[in-house]
Design a protein. Sequence first.
Length: 88
Amino acid sequence: MKKILVSCMMAFISMAALAQGGGKYSEKVVFQNDDVIFRQIDEHTWEGNGHLMANETVYIVEGNDKAVLIDAGTNIPGLRKIAEGDNL
């Protein structure tokens, strides 16, 4: 029973490690500071990855008249200013 449990745990850990993807991005970095990196996904969409907590992710989606910041309550200093600015 112990061998089966250890084998299952090792299989789970291996699958979890492979699912992480290694942090490789092909998108262009359009803004970077000590707290966050923003990459442009397409003409109207940006993804930001923070460094302060657990690799938190935020998105900015631009429409014709307005844009929306999708943020799950992360703590990225100056996020509003970055999103409203001409940096992206």
